[in-house]
Unconditional design. Structure first.
Length: 141
C-alpha cells in the first residue's frame, strides 16, 4: 500500500493574502510607488508553498511543495524511528532549521518527526499524522 497526502497550505495562503491586501492599500495610498514587483514575489511564494505533498512507497519517503518545488526524498532504510510531534507556532511555515533538525511545513502544528540513522532529524508537517506515521512504521517493521 502506498501512502500519499497533499495538505493545502491554508496558513501560508492566508498570510500571502494578508500581505497582498497590505500591498494594495500601499498602492492606493501611494500610487506612484513602484511596488508591482512585490506582487510578483508574493504570488510566486504563494504558488510554491501552496501545498505540501508527502508520499510513502515501499522504499522511500518523498515530499515536495506546490508544483514539485523543493522535492526531497529519504530511503526508508535511513529512518531509525518516527513519531508524531507538535511544533511550536513560532517555527513558522516553509522550510525551517529548528532546534531538532529540518522542518517542512505549510500549515498547522502537527508533524511526523523522522529520526535518521545518522543522528539527524527531519520533521514533515501534515494534517494526517496518524496515517502518515502508520505508513512509515509499516515499512520500518
Amino acid at each position: 500500500m502506498q501512502y500519499k497526502n497533499t495538505q493545502l497550505g491554508t496558513a501560508m495562503l492566508a498570510l500571502m493574502g494578508l500581505v497582498t491586501v497590505i500591498l494594495v492599500l500601499g498602492l492606493i495610498s501611494k500610487p506612484q510607488e513602484p511596488i508591482g514587483f512585490a506582487f510578483v514575489i508574493v504570488g510566486v511564494i504563494a504558488l510554491l508553498f501552496s501545498s505540501l505533498t508527502i508520499k510513502v512507497s515501499s522504499d522511500t519517503i518523498d515530499w515536495f511543495f506546490g508544483p514539485k518545488f523543493w522535492k526531497k526524498s529519504l530511503a526508508i532504510s535511513d529512518v531509525r524511528s518516527a513519531q508524531v510531534i507538535r511544533t511550536k507556532w513560532y517555527y513558522g511555515f516553509g522550510i525551517r532549521l529548528i532546534s531538532t533538525g529540518w522542518l517542512y511545513n505549510v500549515s498547522g502544528l502537527t508533524a511526523v518527526e523522522l529520526k535518521l540513522n545518522d543522528g539527524t532529524t527531519v520533521s514533515l508537517g501534515t494534517d494526517d499524522p496518524e496515517n502518515l506515521l502508520a505508513a512509515i512504521n509499516e515499512r520500518l517493521s
